[in-house]
Design a protein around this ligand. Structure first.
Ligand code: TSB
Ligand code: ZN
Length: 585
């Protein structure tokens, strides 16, 4: 997908188009005030204060028409330079511009761009005239808090894109349409995988029977893999006392992401946002020798985070989630090796799911003193060590400030979702803090106490997010082992072939294959079309031929041909593909 921010030409063009849009809005709504209008990866937007006027999607047409008029007028776009004083005078009636200007250096040369009657503060550069912004499309409106702060006024944000040719624009719009079809929220609804209901609450999806099958398979898959690697799984409660989270440091550094506490008599509890504190105490229960390490405590653990209501998204960002979590308690000399093992596990899992389009991100501490535990020495050690580990692993990664956990730096695996969100799938984190907060130790070779290091890791991330990702990657046609219905049987004619269909149905069922018999009184072709829409991997069509030869005929979803096979051979093939967890068809 084209990146508007990185492509130099498109960047300038889209920025100019944002001004064009602002000019059109100002003509239509003379009281409109403008905050910022940057180019983003997916095009441009402008944040607008329209007072009491609430724009709807229909208004986008009107705005577009006025923009087209200004394109025709072919206004020259001219740069002017001002001192801070001049700029403050020029925009004295615009509190948003005043805010921007006041934050600039005294000595800065401030530029603005004029096109006809419209002038806007801007660093530029811009195209030379409005004619150049001919091929644009306004895409959507949303609310956006002034300066991104929910305590501030809500502005209206209009998104758009602009290209150099009609052809490029059409191609892009087609791509966006296809993206929409890949949106896991649509697929999840169409395939009856999950639902949401405002009566339950925002960010609290419910997994329907089809989703529950996917989830159970994923959970079995990852737990089995972890068991084979020496992980020990536990179950711990989703609640913890406030004191537990005070001890860990979550209370000081992570409270904003937690649901408020519940008080009962003299006790106070929280829904847990993470599982580390529980696992620390499990480790602490026993005395450990250096020979016992690494100790790997895993859990499919339920967590609760108070994600902003505007940020929750289907299964991708939820407020109640299930982490594929584990904490590895390791000696200092084991950090490199164990980190490598986790990265290899991530790569191994990605191979199983054919995941190739991702980036490793080294997530480092930011400046915010409240967000991160304050100990420079600890951070420097941890960040240097992690960088070393990654360099030794020879993997490509980029660094990002202010993305660490409050307790330490992370290696995150970033992916782009169908609707363009940049999200973390897997994570592996290095932590010197919690072992000390919980006073953890092991007995070293000399019989003295030493502090272990903790590696936090989630391979599938959360089952929720991973499922969202899979639905988008596969467009709903999941690998056979994950498909809620693996085989759908359709009789050529209900009147004659139902008995044979039932015989095959029973045979498949006895073999543990998830099978459905579509015996509704509908036409065969209708049922076949629906079976494809429901992304059933195998659709069996059984009639006279199949019955007399004791065979089956099948179509694989998304493939045109119909193939015939001996029934037992077919079952064997399916069972082997399921057992191998084969990804493709
Ligand atoms: C790995 N304590 C660590 C754990 O031991 C931890 O909680 N890390 S985390 O905060 O990064 O969360 C782990 C993973 O959960 C993330 O990598 C991400 O894939 C997933 N995740 C985080 N927040 C959400 C959410 N709101 N909805 C769905 N998945 C989420
Ligand atoms: Zn953790």
């Amino acid at each position: 997908m084209v990146n508007f921010k990185e492509d130099e030409k498109l960047n300038v063009l889209n920025h100019s188009c944002a001004h064009l849009m602002a000019q059109a809005i100002k003509r239509l709504y003379p009281n409109a005030l403008f905050w910022v209008g940057p180019v983003i990866d997916t095009g441009f937007y402008y944040d607008i204060d329209l007072g009491d006027v609430k724009l709807t999607e229909d208004d986008l047409d009107t705005i577009s028409k006025t923009m087209k008029k200004i394109v025709k007028e072919d206004k020259l776009i001219k740069r002017e330079e001002l001192t801070k004083e001049e700029a403050l005078e020029m925009f004295k009636n615009d509190p948003y511009k005043i805010d921007l200007i006041e934050n600039m250096d005294e000595s800065a040369v401030i530029s603005c761009y004029r096109q006809g009657e419209f002038v806007d503060l801007c660093r530029g550069p811009h195209v030379s005239s409005t004619k150049k912004c001919k091929y644009f499309k306004l895409l959507k409106i949303s609310g956006a808090y002034y300066k991104g702060d929910s305590k501030n006024k809500m502005l209206q944000r209009i998104y758009g894109v602009c290209f150099e040719t009609q052809e490029d624009l059409d191609k892009h719009l087609e791509f966006l349409e296809e993206q929409k079809l890949r949106d896991h929220r649509k697929i999840g609804k169409d395939l009856k995988i999950f639902m949401t209901d405002d009566l339950v609450g925002k960010g609290l999806p419910m997994w329907l029977p089809n989703g529950a099958i996917i989830r159970r398979e994923l959970e079995r898959y990852i737990v089995d893999k972890e068991i084979s690697l020496g992980y020990n799984h536990v179950y711990t409660p989703s609640l913890g006392s406030v004191d537990l989270y005070k001890t860990s440091g979550h209370w000081d550094h992570y409270k904003d992401s937690m649901f408020p506490s519940m008080k009962m008599e003299d006790e106070e509890y929280v829904l847990r946002p993470m599982n580390c504190p529980h696992h620390m105490l499990i480790y602490k229960k026993d005395i450990h020798s250096y020979k016992d390490l690494p100790i790997k405590i895993g859990e499919l653990a339920h967590d609760f985070r108070y994600e902003a209501s505007g940020a929750v998204c289907g299964l991708e960002r939820v407020r109640a989630m299930c982490q594929n979590d584990a904490h590895l308690f390791v000696r200092l000399d084991q950090v490199g090796e164990e980190f490598k093992n986790v990265v290899n596990l991530i790569l191994d899992v990605y191979k199983d799911f054919n995941i190739t389009d991702y980036k490793f991100r080294l997530s480092l501490r930011g400046k915010d003193k409240e967000k991160y535990f304050d100990n420079d020495e600890m951070w420097n050690t941890a960040e240097d060590m992690l960088r070393d580990v990654l360099n030794n692993l020879n993997i490509d990664y980029y660094e990002a400030l202010d993305e660490a956990a409050f307790y330490g730096p992370k290696l995150d695996v970033q992916i782009k979702t169908a609707i363009g969100h940049d999200i973390t799938l897997s994570t592996c984190q290095l932590d010197f803090l919690l072992p000390s907060r919980f006073d953890l130790s092991y007995i070293n070779k000399d019989g003295n106490k030493e502090r272990p290091v903790v590696i936090h890791r989630a391979i599938l991330g959360t089952i929720d997010r991973f499922t969202a990702f899979l639905l988008e990657e596969t467009k709903g046609l999941l690998p056979l082992w994950l498909s809620p219905t693996q085989v759908n049987i359709i009789p050529v004619n209900n009147e004659y072939h139902l008995d044979y269909c039932k015989e095959i149905y029973n045979k498949l069922k006895e073999n543990g294959i998830r099978v459905n018999l579509d015996d509704r009184d509908e036409k065969m072709n209708y049922k076949i079309r629906e079976s494809v829409m429901n992304k059933n991997p195998y659709t069996l069509i059984l009639g006279n031929n199949e019955e007399s030869n004791k065979t089956i005929s099948y179509r694989i979803c998304g493939q045109d041909k119909t193939l015939s096979m001996d029934t037992d051979e077919f079952i064997e093939k399916l069972l082997s593909d399921i057992k191998e967890r084969k990804y493709n068809y």
